[in-house]
Design a protein around this ligand. Structure first.
Ligand code: NAD
Length: 293
């Protein structure tokens, strides 16, 4: 795609803000929308333009990027009659949210009726990966449509096609089920080590050169849990949403996710006790039994 074609960016939260910032820095003409006023102000400060509504942003653009909390919100935005009226044949919508693959497949079919291609391109790498442009982008959809927007994704990270419509969202949910299981296991390891009196300055580097290591022990423990900041920028509610998508998907296709379902049960209890503002890394605070602090 040409850099002069405006790109709409809808959803300017923890991830959308740094991602839209990188696209602006790459010279794209970006028009953003988010109902949260501070999110729009941040885009204006970064040199972007903002629209009054999602429909207004879509009306000006050839490509629309979505970075929204869930499939329910993606469906609400794309199902808005004003947005539908703003769609034009030949447009591409790239859903970079962590959405439900079955919803994505249905939406992709609906969009085809408007001559619009819906691609799924969820990401892994967190807020720091979004800031650095090192996200792993898991793409689903027609190869030609993905090739046509490949330049757009380059400033954000490494994009890889993993299959047809919904494949990217399926892989992302599966990844986050693993990440959630690993983070809970790392939180339990941390709790056991703390209660035994082990010094994390000593044990964590050794563990991270041993067979129990994971992204949770290599990154989340030292950056957010040992220093007790619990501020990774990924909400516990969003992690739980992704884990439920994956266990639901496993159930729908006849796969087994017995451990995943146990993990969902524990994460659900933590989320209910810690409230909607909890970060994913608060799972360690919950496991430590210090949630009343
Ligand atoms: P967030 O809650 O910080 O941001 C979501 C944004 O969407 C908010 O600014 C909200 O105001 C906006 N929004 C809500 N309803 C809207 C609507 N109707 N129209 C336009 N905007 C609307 O969430 P986030 O952490 O940025 O995550 C976004 C997506 O990326 C989620 O699907 C999440 O699972 C996924 N994700 C997050 C991370 C992370 O580390 N935070 C990492 C990978 C993937």
């Amino acid at each position: 795609m040409s850099r002069s074609q405006p790109v709409a960016f809808i959803g300017l939260g923890n991830m959308g803000r740094p991602m839209s910032g990188r696209l602006l820095a790459a010279g794209l003409d970006l028009i953003g929308f988010d109902p949260a006023e501070p999110a729009r102000t941040a885009l204006l400060s970064a040199g972007g333009r903002t629209a009054e509504s999602a429909a207004a942003a879509v009306a000006e653009s050839a490509v629309v990027i979505l970075m929204l909390p869930s499939s329910a919100v993606v469906e609400a935005v794309l199902g808005d009659p004003a947005v539908t009226a703003a769609l034009r044949p030949g447009m591409t919508i790239v859903d970079m949210s962590s959405s439900d693959p079955l919803s994505t497949r249905r939406l992709a079919e609906t969009m085809t009726e408007h001559g619009v291609t819906l691609l799924d391109a969820p990401v892994s790498g967190g807020v720091s990966g979004a800031q650095a442009g090192t996200l792993a982008i898991m793409c689903g959809g027609p190869p030609a449509a993905l090739s046509a927007i490949a330049d757009l994704l380059t400033p954000l990270g490494t994009a890889t096609r993993v299959g047809d419509s919904g494949a990217g969202h399926a892989l992302k949910a599966i990844n986050n089920l693993l990440a959630g299981v690993h983070l809970l296991a790392a939180a339990e390891a941390f709790s056991a080590a703390e209660h035994f009196g082990l010094d994390p300055e000593l044990w964590l580097p050794v563990l991270n050169s041993a067979s129990g290591r994971s992204a949770a022990t290599e990154q989340k423990l030292p950056r957010f849990i040992v220093p007790k900041t619990y501020d990774s920028g990924f909400a516990m509610s969003l992690m739980l949403k992704d884990m439920r998508i994956a266990t639901g998907l496993a159930a729908a296709v006849g796969g087994s996710a017995a451990l995943g379902e146990q993990a969902v049960e524990l994460w659900s209890r933590a989320a209910a006790q810690l409230g909607p503002d909890a970060d994913q890394t608060d799972i360690a605070r919950w496991v430590l039994g210090s949630s009343a602090e």
